[in-house]
Design a protein around this ligand. Sequence first.
Ligand code: GLU
Length: 288
Amino acid sequence: MATMTGLVLAASLAACGDAGSDEENSVDVDVSEDAAESFDEGTRMRELAEQGTIKIGVKFDQPGIGYKGATDEVPTGFDPQVGTILAASLGIAADDIEWVETISANRESFLESGEVDLVIASYSITDARREVVGQAGPYYVTGQQLLVPADSDIAGVEDVQGQEVCSVTGSTSLDNVAAEGAQPRGFDTYSECVDQVRDGTVAAMTTDGAILLGYAAEDPDNLKVVGDPFSEERYGVGYSIDAPEMCGWINETLEESFDDGTWEEAFNNTLGVSLDEAPEPPALDPCA
Ligand code: GLU
């Protein structure tokens, strides 16, 4: 299903060619003082606010969404900035966030084991995932497309029937493209998959348009994003299913960031570097 968000973003990032290169982890947030007292005793938010640190799982190899180069101290991208907004409402400053790399396949297990407190990692909300973890949101909506060599004739998913298309194990993207009739090849990370496109091992790579545009913008001479979005990916914030009270706090904090401009600022700093306007924030799912 085509979303306007995906299409507008597709057009503007492709035109800009600069996604994710100069961004900073710098959304301007008020770190609440005395945050702990505003949460009930026994809630996970109270515990986190009292301990003054939080572990947030993000991607490290997706420019514009979640990226940390070898010499970078902290990851940049829309997801880390959303994490910074959430942490601030617990009274936790950006410097006190512990960023943990999550890949697509370990997001549920990292939440289940407590390796991370939150996952904000291009993490689509699905019914299957909501069986094992909590997912609040969505805070962003994109759709699945294809990344191909700049000189490829492939124009959309109808052109990759029976052909090898790579994506990442544990993602919605791999299942979706198989259902569209391509031969899926799963890798651990999108950066491994994009290398297969560059060396011609696969016909295309597929995942969310917002992710593909980041790669294309870094290498516009060799890569392009094609086709209408053929899925709807609603990015949620993952939390432990044992702490259902986190849903209300996440939704409330996201809603505040939609209203006070910090969500828009985070978007403009990262995915929207070239957008005149950030998209309308999505409607949040009610908590169960
Ligand atoms: N948003 C999709 C998912 O959550 C694809 C991107 C990713 O693997 O992070 O599976």
